[in-house]
Ligand binder design. Structure first.
Ligand code: KG4
Ligand code: ZN
Length: 335
């Protein structure tokens, strides 16, 4: 059988990325150009600046990916791009580029869901993960708990009913003046604080596997405002540590419930929040009493990248799940 080479593109948020995947999980090049520093001073991603920057960075990033893989455009079997969810301006940059490449080279266009990409990042890092598995996929835009029977079939067990986990980190970080992106900043501050100093609520949504973080967000804000009014000094490190502990506990509670109720072989994490060390540690500890493998992608595959998009695209390629040139970007695309 012939090897399949796919060029994948990703620009749904603030990273401009291109990869070359060979037969799906083999990554020949994974180039990511981050704009994080550009957006830092605004305390979050400015969509208009992001799209302009994607436009500037995309062609050099594609050229670099091809060069690193030692391939030419003519060697490609298909071109893939994230078509949602994300910021529409950013999505349009790579989607338009992918359509152009598809048309010019007469190769199939593949539209990929960004959330599915985050999950597949695990399969790149560990192709032999045993299934069925439970996947907790948590990032700035989504939080989902999934059951995977096999690679191509999943069932959504639970999702957030308000803020995504990463969004909660970002909002609280901004509120405390700790900077952007919030997750790493909160995590840094939390290392110097006491996670048991403030008892923030852990949302309990009864029998469901759903998450909720907006009550916690309000509790943190109320706490700070009350202490301010009383003239008390607030220890941001203690606050960050207590907030992070509450988010982690809520995520872990649902994950463990799922592991107890579903017969699975592995647990995998994905999405930007999967980079959180406390989360990884608490899950590892809780899973000790279960006979399970536990995986999370390496940092460069946790955060936004194109290789994860190329991995999904390969399986869509095998199923001839191609997109027409009329495919539109869908900023609120669901799983
Ligand atoms: O997956 P990702 O890079 O982009 C999206 O698709 O959203 O996730 C970004 C999110 C941000 O909300 C960021 O604050 C969060 O992941 N994040 C973290 C950590 N690193 C990134 N959250 C908690 N702890 C971290 N170490
Ligand atoms: Zn992402």
């Amino acid at each position: 059988t012939e090897d399949i080479y796919i060029l994948a593109l990703e620009s749904s948020c603030d990273e401009t990325a291109a990869s070359i995947n060979k037969n799906g999980l083999e990554v020949l090049a994974n180039v990511v150009s981050s704009q994080v520093d550009l957006h830092k001073k605004f305390g979050g991603v400015v969509p208009e600046i992001a799209s302009r920057k994607h436009l500037e960075l995309l062609l050099p990033v594609i050229d670099q990916a091809l060069a690193e893989a030692g391939l030419k455009f003519e060697d490609l079997d298909a071109v893939a791009a994230t078509y949602g969810p994300g910021l529409v301006g950013g999505l349009l940059v790579t989607l338009t580029a992918a359509k152009t490449i598809s048309l010019a080279l007469d190769i199939p266009l593949i539209g990929v869901n960004h959330i599915v990409g985050h999950i597949y990042a695990n399969f790149i890092a560990n192709p032999k993960i045993k299934k069925p598995l439970i996947c907790l996929t948590i990032s700035g835009g989504h939080s989902n708990l999934l059951y995977f029977e096999n690679l191509r079939g999943y069932k959504i067990l639970g999702k957030t009913i308000d803020d995504a986990a990463g969004e909660a980190f970002d909002k609280i970080s901004r509120f405390l003046g700790l900077g952007y992106p919030g997750g790493p900043e909160i995590e840094k501050a939390a290392l110097r604080g006491d996670p048991e100093s403030i008892d923030f609520p852990r949302a309990d949504l009864g029998n469901s596997y759903n998450f909720s973080f907006s009550g916690l967000k309000t509790a943190v804000m109320n706490y700070v405002n009350n202490e301010d009014q009383r003239g008390n000094r607030i220890d941001k490190n203690d606050l960050a540590a207590s907030f992070q502990a509450a988010v982690v506990d809520s995520l872990v509670a649902n994950l463990i419930k799922a592991v107890e109720n579903y017969e699975v072989q592995s647990v995998v994490l994905s999405g930007g929040v999967a980079a959180n060390q406390r989360l990884r540690k608490v899950i590892s500890k809780k899973l000790k009493s279960f006979n399970l493998d536990f995986y999370y992608p390496p940092l460069e595959l946790c955060t936004d990248n194109a290789a994860m998009i190329g991995a999904v695209a390969y399986y869509q390629y095998l199923e001839k799940d191609f997109a027409p040139l009329s495919l539109s970007a869908d900023p609120s695309l669901k799983l």
